[in-house]
Ligand binder design. Structure first.
Ligand code: S3P
Length: 175
């Protein structure tokens, strides 16, 4: 069974849903933002301040390399993981990519104060969404709309995951 790699906008629910999915499947759970913070020993806003966005992106790629080696894992990626194709290539080797799509109006109501690139402003969110949406879609094995309760969304995600894995398995039997 492949890993589950969650991508999507900041505030789309990757962490909350990811934890629930990991619990349901009894998989390990990783969050690349947390991995970066632990490796750097400082918070993400402090990393942006000290090393700039490109410094942060390098650290994020290092986290992707590391977590690409995991097995039976759910991985919540920082919203910008898709900006580097090499990150996604590595994560996809033993993972399926799930784009968690949540209405921007709902994202705008969550607390995004620790995200340097979006500060709860609908305008910034819309700009980021427009810049990113094609990338999220391009890399997604499938898309899950985060428009229900955490339980409902996690249940739907796990159902699709099992279907994908069953399909993958039956494909490989005949090729
Ligand atoms: C970012 C999203 C954040 C974090 C950083 C940059 C982005 O993660 O990695 O602030 O570029 O979209 P979340 O998506 O978990 O908020």
């Amino acid at each position: 069974m492949r890993n589950i790699i969650l991508i999507g906008m900041p505030g789309s629910g990757k962490t909350t849903v990811g934890r629930q999915v990991a619990k349901t499947l009894d998989y390990a759970y990783f969050d690349t933002d947390t991995m970066v913070e632990q490796a750097a020993g400082i918070s993400i806003p402090a990393i942006f301040e000290e090393f700039g966005e490109s410094g942060f992106r390098d650290m994020e790629s290092a986290a992707a390399n590391k977590v690409a080696e995991a097995v039976r894992a759910v991985v919540s990626c920082g919203g910008g993981m898709v900006l580097r194709d090499e990150n996604m290539t590595k994560l996809r080797r033993n993972g399926i990519i799930v784009f968690l799509d949540r209405p921007l109006s709902a994202i705008a109501q969550t607390d995004l104060s620790n995200r340097p690139l979006v500060q709860n402003q609908l305008e910034q969110l819309e700009k980021l969404y427009t810049e990113r949406i094609e990338l999220y879609k391009k890399y997604a094995t499938y898309i899950i709309d985060n428009d229900g309760s955490v339980d409902e969304v996690a249940t739907e995600l796990v159902k699709r995951y099992r279907e994908e894995e069953a399909h993958e398995h039956s494909d490989t039997q005949w090729t």
